[in-house]
Design a protein around this ligand. Structure first.
Ligand code: ATP
Ligand code: MG
Length: 254
């Protein structure tokens, strides 16, 4: 594929750039991204499309001329929930309620061929050179002791990945980390993603999620060290690593 001159850059991160092509969105990865990861994100998205969750359609995996591999999806015209929360702070709680209800709705779906959450977390914990063997062992033991569940989990559920469509419906994008597993683990990851930005919002989220999902807060908290290790392994980097390491330390020995 050759990218048109009319493309509009939506986001630029460590190893990728997301462009708006008008009716399609293309996520272009740099050469360091393993091609199997790009196909995996496309396959996850196809499975999510098939199980009926409102999400952009997977259209194509392609190589960009003079660039890396790319995932092409349909565009959902609208605004992200993150943008809405910033634009209208007085309505933050109202948007948070929509966000939590949407996450709980996603957890009600099943997609039996999605990767298993436990396998993914174990792989990520094992990949962490920053943790010594004893801490990795503790985290794996903790993971092993958790109840086995098979609910669809987004894995990176945060307000930047929720689009309020111009049709008034909510859509969820960015299914690179989707698995089938425990909703409480997914909620722990969302809590952590909020906490990396704003502790007060994180606490408001956790309280609302546990209330609406009828989930004990202790179960969500017991996943925090595991999801912190998993987030650390994603190597999104920067100042957050110190905070993530502190989460692993604090919650590991509770
Ligand atoms: N299909 C789509 N329709 C409309 N907007 C989209 C679509 N896909 C992505 N976007 C916009 O582009 C932004 C970045 O895309 P995406 O979330 O897929 O990548 P990312 O956050 O960089 O990925 P990751 O979290 O895996 O690092 C989204 O927050 C959203 O604003
Ligand atoms: Mg995203």
């Amino acid at each position: 594929m050759i990218l048109p001159d009319t493309k509009v850059e939506l986001a630029r991160r460590g190893n990728k750039v997301v462009y708006d092509l008008g009716d399609k969105i293309v996520k272009v990865f740099n050469e360091t991204k393993p091609v199997s990861d790009v196909f995996n994100e496309a396959l996850n998205l196809a499975r999510i499309n098939e199980c009926g969750i409102r999400s952009p359609r997977a259209l194509e995996v392609t190589q960009i001329e003079d660039g890396g591999w790319a995932l092409v999806t349909s565009k959902v015209p609208g605004t992200t929930l993150a943008e809405k929360m910033v634009a209208e702070p007085a309505r933050f709680y109202e948007y948070l309620e929509q966000f939590v209800d949407l996450q709980i709705e996603i957890h009600s779906f099943r997609s039996p061929l999605l990767p298993r959450q436990r396998d993914k977390y174990a792989r990520m914990i094992n990949s962490l050179e920053e943790l010594n063997a004893s801490t990795r062992y503790d985290l794996l033991q903790r993971l092993d002791g958790m109840k086995l569940e098979t609910n669809v989990c987004h894995g990176d559920f945060n307000p930047t990945n929720v689009i309020v469509g111009d049709d008034g419906q909510l859509y969820v994008c960015d299914w690179a980390h989707a698995t089938q597993g425990a909703p409480a683990a997914d909620a722990a990851m969302t809590y952590l993603l909020f906490a990396l930005q704003d502790k007060q919002q994180a606490d408001a989220y956790l309280e609302l999620y546990c209330d609406r999902a009828d989930e004990p807060v202790q179960i969500v908290r017991s996943y925090l060290s595991i999801v912190a290790a998993s987030e650390l392994a994603r190597k999104r980097g920067g100042a957050n690593d110190e905070f993530l390491m502190s989460c692993i330390d604090v919650f590991d020995y509770q």
